[in-house]
Design a protein. Structure first.
Length: 736
């Protein structure tokens, strides 16, 4: 046990460094066992750790470190060859050494006979000291002692960086700024005296004004002052106080800014601090699963705030584990696919303005859209029509839903649907975003974009329901005021038109479930029919938030919610504004999910009402999301129930699921165009009389003839498209 708290702290920091370097050295020795400088390096690390343990009387750690030191010494002298079996034995010894260090740091009980503790059981010292000939005969691989038993699993503790090394120059700079603050504090005392003089002078003037007689002994004035002379004297003191306070304020602002920058620079640590934790994990996971994988690291020298390292350790670990488990294929499968036997996982970082981009890329299977769609449908996350209308990016984002997993079996790593949800939650808590890039059979890239400055946040302030809310400006795409008349319905959802494009919208008051009335319009500076529209963006998704008014932007220090409000939907933190008001900081990613949920409920209600009214069902086939949305809106306003599909293949599958009164289709589409779709419909006896209307940009007479030849009932060119023509055509063709 280490009784001295200071020595315990120093040994903790030093032992962690030695163990990390030993771990890295052994991983490199597996690839280059003949690297003499590397052997010298790991020998020094084990020797230094042994010496530190000896000074503290930690004999069990000393014995384990001595075992590693002996084998390194024999290898660097050429007495023992570093075979794969020997390196594996050293890895097991390092695990035992790390366990002993953790026990000592936790002040765990030491054996009574600690002074006579044997060396680490993972290394046979006769192998380390015997001549080369004896090595091959007395210590075959089969006779090597087994690795130590694994310790019982313990509750996972949050990853925290307890100590940071600071250059003395930075401490000197901090001390200089603290001294500057002391000077400003002294000046503040002088300003207080001046303010007291002003108050006394003001009192004298007031008394003179009431009595009509000058004060006999005004402050700091030897002879009585009267009328204009007294006012002039008071004005001079007031100007002096204002100028002094202005100077002190500017000096204080500059000093605090410098102090903030210097403290922030002390908290900056290289990403390699966390990156170093993963090579061992990749090696062990790949071996457990019979795979070959190499971890490539880039950008480890980039420095970021200590909190980013602490919060991103778990997300990066889950992403790398997911890449090994789900992405990288077994060697035989990779060879069959024409890939190298060994897979590659790249962990990279780069700076981009005020952000850091962390990316985990693997060259494995990539995401399977069909598997994601099946799992989402199975879990009732969305219905078939909604899933079919999703873009690839929206579909891929479903893997971050809690409990979501496409694995068909459950192991220690797979099938439980945990891990990626942790990634999403941690990244959102850090005000970051996630972007996915995947190609089937070629791999997956997960990019995390995080702000470098986590101490302060710039908020765009808005009011809704008589309350004040803030949105992080990095999540705001644009903001402007719109008229209530500019808000329209698109596919059963609210929408606004910005820069000529429709943007799905939601009322902020409804998303936050604020009560209506009760001062809902208090403090609203805009006219009753004017709304504030804030377009937020998370990843590739955008949403327009309709609020009562836009106020201003302000730099704040967010305070996370404490117990018992650790996680409140749509809310990430609270902040105090310069005015002293408390502002609720909203979570943009949560708002997007709340909007999807609200829209889903509204869509279900719309469908339910349509069923009661027995509206004719129209199958809409259009690959353009914008045109699909506009045509669907026209048809729904015309009294039809609309089921939208994205191409001919999707339409044929949907056509067999239920009866339809008509089909409205584009021609130019991927997978199966509208002409082939019409021909396939006409080839089925039950659909020979089903009305088919082609709405397309192909407007020549030849195009029209081809459309009618395959069996279309009507052909409406988009250049001359008139919604009344479409509705009149449907009314004429549909037999009710």
């Amino acid at each position: 046990m280490i009784a001295d708290a200071e020595l315990l702290r120093l040994f903790k920091a030093e032992s962690e460094e030695h163990l990390a370097r030993l771990d890295d050295g052994l991983l490199r020795l597996e690839k280059t066992p003949a690297d003499q400088p590397l052997l010298e390096e790991v020998f020094r690390e084990s020797h230094s750790l042994k010496g530190a343990a000896r000074m503290l009387g930690l004999v069990r750690i000393e014995a384990a470190a001595h075992g590693l030191e002996s084998i390194f010494n024999a290898a660097r002298k050429g007495e023992v060859p570093l075979t794969p079996e020997m390196i594996e034995q050293m890895n097991a010894a390092l695990i035992d050494l790390r366990r002993r260090v953790q026990e000592a740091l936790a002040a765990g009980p030491q054996p009574a006979a600690a002074a006579e503790a044997p060396p680490s059981p993972a290394i046979d010292e006769t192998v380390a000291t015997a001549p080369p000939a004896a090595t091959t005969t007395t210590a075959p691989a089969s006779a090597m002692p087994p690795p130590p038993p694994a310790a019982a699993p313990a509750a996972a503790e949050p990853f925290r960086i307890e100590t940071v090394r600071v250059e003395t120059r930075k401490l000197d700079d901090l001390l200089t700024q603290v001294g500057e603050l002391s000077v400003i504090q002294g000046r503040a005392q002088h300003r207080l005296t001046l303010m007291e003089e002003l108050l006394e002078q003001w009192g004298a003037l007031e008394r003179s004004r009431r009595t009509g007689r000058p004060e006999r002994r005004p402050v700091e004035v030897e002879t009585p002052v009267r009328g204009a002379e007294a006012s002039l004297h008071f004005g001079g003191l007031l100007k002096q106080a204002r100028d002094a306070l202005f100077d002190d304020g500017a000096r204080l602002e500059s000093t605090v800014k410098l102090l903030e920058d210097q403290v922030s620079s002390i908290r900056l640590l290289p990403l390699s601090t966390v990156f170093a934790l993963f090579p061992r994990m990749v090696r062990d996971l790949a071996r457990e699963q019979g795979k070959e994988a190499e971890l490539v690291q880039e950008g480890g020298d980039i420095t970021v705030d200590k909190r980013i390292l602490e919060e991103m350790k778990d997300p990066l670990m889950h992403l790398i584990r997911n890449a090994i488990d789900h992405g990288i294929e077994p060697p035989a499968e990779r060879e069959r696919l024409g890939k190298p036997r060994g897979g590659m996982v790249r962990l990279s970082a780069q700076r981009e303005n005020a952000n850091v981009l962390l990316a985990v890329h693997d060259d494995g299977r990539g995401l399977d859209p069909a598997a994601i769609r099946r799992e989402a449908k199975k879990r009732h996350l969305h219905d078939e029509a909604a899933l079919a209308a999703m873009t690839p990016a929206q579909l891929q984002q479903l893997i971050f839903v809690a409990g979501f997993s496409t694995s068909t079996y459950v192991t220690e790593l797979s099938g439980r649907g945990v891990g990626l949800d942790v990634v999403r939650v941690n990244v959102e808590r850090m005000k970051g975003t996630i972007r996915l890039e995947s190609a089937v059979g070629q791999g997956l890239t997960v990019q995390l974009r995080l702000p470098l400055n986590l101490a302060t946040t710039r908020l765009l302030l808005a009011s809704a329901g008589g309350q004040l809310f803030g949105l992080p400006v990095e999540s705001v795409h644009t903001s402007r005021r719109v008229r209530e008349a500019d808000v329209f319905t698109l596919e059963g959802r609210l929408a606004v038109r910005l820069d000529g494009q429709p943007v799905i919208a939601a009322r902020l008051k409804d998303l936050l479930e604020l009560p209506t009335g009760n001062g809902a319009n208090e403090g609203v500076a805009t006219a009753p029919d004017i709304l504030a529209c804030i377009v937020i963006q998370a990843g590739d998704e955008r949403l327009g938030l309709l609020a009562d008014d836009l106020l201003s932007e302000e730099e704040v220090v967010p305070k996370p919610l404490g117990a018992p409000l650790k996680r409140v939907r749509n809310v990430s933190a609270l902040a105090m504004l310069g005015s002293g008001d408390i502002c609720v900081v909203l979570n943009p990613a949560d708002l997007l999910r709340s909007a999807h949920k609200e829209m889903g409920i509204a869509e279900l209600a719309t469908r339910s009402e349509g069923t009661k009214a027995a509206r004719p069902a129209v199958l809409l086939v259009e690959d353009s999301a914008l045109i699909r949305a506009m045509e669907k809106r026209i048809l729904e306003d015309g009294g039809y129930e609309v089921v939208a599909t994205v191409d001919g293949v999707d339409a044929l599958n949907t056509l067999g699921s239920r009866p339809f009164a008509a089909v409205v289709s584009d021609i130019m589409m991927p997978n199966m165009n509208g002409l082939d779709l019409t021909a396939r419909i006409r080839a089925q006896p039950r659909h020979k009389e089903l009305p088919v209307i082609l709405v397309t940009s192909l407007a020549s007479d030849e195009d029209k003839r081809r459309g009618l030849d395959v069996g279309a009932n009507a052909y409406i060119p988009k250049p001359s498209f008139d919604q009344r023509v479409l509705l009149d055509t449907l009314k004429r063709l549909i037999v009710t």
